[in-house]
Design a binder for this molecule. Structure first.
Ligand SMILES: [Zn+2]
Ligand SMILES: [Zn+2]
Length: 651
């Protein structure tokens, strides 16, 4: 008997094998491929273009694992087509090695055993009515959005919904945007359910991956909390998906196989015919549009926990104070912060810039210190005492031969969190301070640090956007946005949306236990639309306005964008090639081709980059027509085309 086997590699089709085994679609097998033995899956259709002239090899063996569900196979096929990625690469997102998926000992699953305890958590009237709405039609595919201010208790509502479903024997998946969050989140989960969820992200050990993968395939693990990649686990009986913070743009995977995890979660739920809940304080524009069209149902939680109100906002006019050179904290703010500290409030200085200074230049030759591999300034990290490229990781010491004479003599322009931290320490003596950024918080001691912050043993935090992501700090009642003007720089079609989400999330960190809280914005620019959008209590006004702008300008979600990035090591050649490719596809695909233009980061990791943008209807035809043309086109060696469907970053 002949069977089609998909192998986790760059091919877009299964290979044909012979077998005497009794194999069915979804079975995991080991097959010879070239000189190697690979794990593959019996696929649902044969390769269409059969190549006659090769020897059909034999399947080595069948693996002792529950087979992959047909719905999951259909989902992967669709995923490949939508994201324009080879089917083999989509399978790779799901598969572990044959050894890893076969080996599993049963006693390790004791720790995940569901034993739902009675908890004393009582839902409010508001929460109960949301839960009721969430439970409507939850035995089949439907998208429900739970919208509620930060700190309004959305988690408890979807925990209840999840509980009902796992009690019926189904599995549940909770997607979170940030792996740093899973620690605090896990505690909350255990407190509610009384048993441990499996936690899945790229950082867990290989051993844990094997255990969880098998546990999911065997239905021994009931709940997974995970990052993007958990969407590809081989669930045997998935009954519900929850996407927390659905608006968060880190759901978009930009590198390797690119996809948007929220959108793919919705699609997987539809293939599995199960309900999916999107949780948010302010929906993304895409979700808002679908709510308005009636495609998604909606419930709203209006009140914060303990009736806490959202923080007040105050604008600090920097034109009125004279900041000393290399200082960023105004006298007015110092007084305000002292007032808060006296009340034992925790204070956060927010600046979305890692390191000490984003721009280092020589005062003799005036040249900036840029990355060797990228067209990007290096950022000075004072604690580690080196310059770092935030895009490729290149490091350099503060040491360079000057074009004028001798060594360069550096000055540091502009602040990063380390520099603000230095300033804060000079002003507020005897206070415990900490920098909260990906440079300081990804270590093993971060749990300990989080606890210290929670217990108010640290009075002042200096943080980047990492801190906006769902952390719960009960004493945080004062936030100082050091430089709101920074956020209005840059031109990104989602810039306004990104800022609104960021500052809303950030504000949500303050005043969580009912004490009055204030967010202060330092600015030189008093009539920005951005501040009034952020401080407006009704996000619906912003969303309506933004949706209108998108519609008028033919932007997503009204049109489909596909970004094509051509990279190569010769800047002139890639530009020529980009024009050539453009004229090749133009007219032959469903959509308009814009560009080419040099990418904003023209050189990245030693490669020059040119971008094309395809704008078309929201139809899979855009992808299929483009894929067809791409197959017929060969880029010269050394050049590469990367495709990003529904791009978020336009670097
Ligand atoms: Zn670099
Ligand atoms: Zn110099």
């Amino acid at each position: 008997m002949k069977v089609p086997i998909l192998i986790p590699n760059i091919f877009n089709h299964p290979f044909t094998y012979n077998t005497d085994l009794n194999l069915k679609v979804g079975d995991y097998v080991v097959v010879p491929f070239g000189k190697a033995e690979l794990t593959g899956v019996v696929w649902d259709e044969f390769e269409r273009k059969t190549n006659k002239n090769f020897i059909i090899k034999k399947v080595s063996r069948k693996l002792n694992v529950p087979s992959l569900k047909k719905n999951t196979i259909k989902f992967l096929n669709w995923f490949s087509e939508y994201n324009m990625t080879p089917k083999g690469m989509s399978l790779k997102l799901l598969l572990l090695s044959s050894k890893a998926i076969e080996e599993h000992t049963s006693n390790v699953y004791e720790q995940f055993k569901i034993d739902i305890k009675q908890n004393k958590i009582e839902l409010s009237q508001d929460q109960k009515s949301c839960l009721k709405k969430m439970n409507i039609a939850n035995d089949k595919f439907r998208v429900h959005v739970l919208q509620g201010t930060t700190g309004s208790g959305k988690t408890m509502v979807y925990f209840e919904a999840l509980k009902d479903i796992i009690k019926k024997g189904f599995q549940g998946l909770i997607l979170l945007p940030e792996i740093g969050l899973t620690g605090q989140f896990q505690n909350k989960f255990v407190e509610f359910f009384g048993f441990k969820p499996a936690v899945w992200h790229s950082g867990i050990t290989k051993k844990n991956k094997e255990i969880i993968w098998s546990g999911i395939a065997n239905n021994k693990i009931k709940v997974v909390i995970g990052a993007r990649s958990s969407l590809f686990l081989p669930f045997k009986k998935l009954g519900i998906i929850i996407v927390d913070e659905e608006h968060d743009q880190s759901y978009k995977q930009d590198e390797g196989v690119t996809y948007h995890a929220r959108d793919m979660a919705i699609s997987r739920a539809s293939f599995e015919n199960i309900p999916i809940n999107l949780i948010t304080a302010i929906p993304s524009i895409e979700t808002f549009d679908n709510i308005k069209k009636g495609k998604y149902s909606l419930s709203k939680l209006e009140q914060r926990y303990l009736n806490a109100s959202l923080p007040n906002y105050e604008i600090i006019n920097l034109n009125n104070t004279k900041l000393e050179s290399q200082n960023w904290i105004s006298k007015e703010i110092i007084e305000k912060v002292k007032f808060h500290l006296k009340k034992n409030d925790q204070v956060l200085f927010f600046l979305n810039r890692r390191g000490f200074s984003p721009h280092v230049l020589c005062k003799k030759c005036f040249s900036s210190y840029t990355c060797l591999n990228c067209s990007i300034n290096l950022v000075y990290h004072k604690k580690k005492n080196f310059l770092l490229c935030h895009y490729c990781g290149y490091k350099a010491l503060l040491n360079r031969d000057c074009k004028k004479e001798g060594k360069c003599d550096f000055i540091f322009s502009g602040p990063g969190v380390e520099r603000i931290s230095d300033e804060v320490k000079k002003i507020f003596l005897n206070k415990e301070t900490i920098i909260f950024s990906s440079d300081t918080m990804n270590k093993k001691n971060s749990l300990e640090t989080l606890e210290k912050i929670t217990n108010n043993e640290i009075q002042i935090l200096i943080g980047t956007q990492l801190i906006s992501k769902g952390f719960h700090f009960p004493n945080l009642n004062c936030i100082v946005v050091v430089d709101i003007d920074l956020s209005s720089q840059g031109h990104d079609l989602r810039g306004a949306e990104k800022n609104l989400q960021l500052y809303h999330q950030l504000s949500g960190r303050a005043g969580r236990t009912g004490k009055p809280a204030t967010v202060y914005f330092q600015t030189y620019n008093l009539d920005t639309k951005m501040i009034s959008d952020i401080t407006n209590k009704d996000p619906g006004i912003f969303l309506e306005k933004e949706l209108k702008i998108r519609r008028e300008n033919n932007l997503p979600p009204f049109q489909r964008f596909i970004a094509l990035i051509i990279t190569g090591n010769n800047e002139k050649d890639i530009e020529k090639e980009a024009y050539k490719f453009k004229s090749f596809i133009e007219g032959a695909i469903e959509g308009k081709v814009l560009g080419p233009v040099n990418a904003p980061i023209f050189r990245l990791k030693r490669m020059f980059r040119v971008r094309l943008l395809i704008r078309g209807r929201k139809s899979l035809k855009v992808q299929t027509s483009l894929a067809k043309m791409m197959q017929k086109y060969n880029f010269p060696t050394g050049m590469k085309l990367t495709v990003d469907v529904d791009p978020i970053n336009f670097n």
